[in-house]
Design a protein around this ligand. Structure first.
Ligand code: ASP
Length: 359
């Protein structure tokens, strides 16, 4: 490359061009960090999650434990491999999330929970930290990969968030894979719905519907998947995909497709994907709040995320966790629930895969 450009400069007829205002503009507006990053082979890193909740050793058989870890590892390695090949973070985030969406183990895509009316309504979003472009899809029923729809919204529409049947029409126009809603059916999630409904009916006999929903065990609520990445160009990306909350009604939308609540990425601070009780994550605009603390208070991602998850949300009664990454490749993954499916990898460091507080 260098030889080529020297040769280019040695052509004297090109010299006047060098002093043209256009060239000065170009030099002034070049992205020095991006090219620097490329030259010094900037660090790459990725973190993923598969949901937070009442995940304890007692609740998981050794076979289930192994299956979750294997799938997390597969998704992580797929995303990491793309970063390693020099692909944009966007591709790594989508590849990792799609593997989790296709697995019935997680509450996203294939393994999505059921609504009160025994259907599936899926939400997803993605954000690019270099441009602050973002895309989201909410309440879709027939899009096989909601994260790919979110990406189409970001890349090929003038909007940030599309919902329901309109989002599905757009998905078809973009040529995305469409499926019957029953594609997302799983025995395990149906059982959870029946159990949740029983508990709702029992509680509602003496209390309001609102109270009954609030009393639902948290294990009915979580399982969202997400990924955050730092690519070789020094850019951050975040994405999240979910089936939402078991027994949700009335077209309820959670935090996952809401930019700033469940997903946020800004090269000036950090990238975040969240999982947990969506209503709290929306009201406390968790993902953006963590990055704002980093940006304006100058604190580390570990300090900012720990405060928001373990002090602010916890005190408010909001359960869940986040995965966070910054431009140096630092990663933090705090949660205030019993467990959170999670994994990370930085440069050539060993892969980290964990479920419980003590791994
Ligand atoms: N945050 C998601 C929601 O409220 C649920 C989850 O994280 O599992 O829809």
């Amino acid at each position: 490359m260098r030889l080529l450009s020297l040769n280019f400069l040695s052509r004297t007829w090109l010299l006047p061009l060098l002093f043209s205002p256009l060239v000065f503009w170009g030099v002034a507006n070049a992205t020095p960090e991006a090219s620097l990053s490329k030259e010094r082979n900037a660090p790459i890193a990725i973190a993923i999650h598969g949901g937070a909740g009442t995940i304890t050793k007692a609740n998981l058989t050794p076979a289930q434990d192994a299956a979750y870890r294997a799938k997390l590892n597969e998704a992580l390695q797929a995303g990491y491999a793309l970063l390693d090949q020099g692909k944009d973070g966007q591709y790594a985030v989508i590849a990792a999330i799609q593997i989790l969406e296709e697995s019935p183990l997680f509450n996203a895509g294939r393994g999505s929970v059921y609504t009160f009316d025994e259907e599936h309504e899926l939400d997803a979003s993605i954000m690019d930290g270099a441009t602050l472009n973002a895309g989201a899809a909410a309440g879709v029923k027939t899009v096989k990969s909601p994260i790919s729809l979110a990406n189409e919204v970001m890349s090929n529409s003038v909007h940030v968030m599309l919902s329901g049947s309109g989002a599905e029409t757009f998905a078809k126009q973009q040529g995305l894979a469409m499926v019957e809603n029953s594609y997302f059916n799983t025995e395990r999630r149906l059982k959870s719905l029946h159990k949740a409904k029983k508990s709702l009916v029992k509680t509602q006999a003496s209390y309001s519907e609102k109270y009954a929903f609030e009393q639902l065990d948290v294990s009915y609520k979580y399982g969202t998947v997400g990924a955050v990445a730092l690519d070789k160009f020094g850019n951050l990306t975040a994405g999240t995909s979910t089936g939402g909350m078991t027994a949700k009604r009335y077209g309820r939308i959670g935090d996952a497709p809401i930019i700033g609540a469940g997903t946020w990425a800004d090269n000036a601070s950090c990238a975040v994907s969240a999982t947990g009780h969506g209503e709290y994550f929306i009201r406390y605009h968790v993902a953006a709040d963590i990055c704002s603390r980093v940006k304006y208070q100058g604190v580390s991602i570990a300090e900012a995320a720990d405060y928001v998850i373990n002090t602010e949300l916890k005190n408010a009664g909001g359960s869940g966790g986040v995965i966070v990454i910054d431009r140096q490749g630092n990663i933090t993954m705090p949660f205030n629930s019993a467990g959170m499916y999670r994994a990370s990898k930085r440069d050539s460091e060993n892969t980290y895969v964990a479920i419980f507080k003590d791994q």
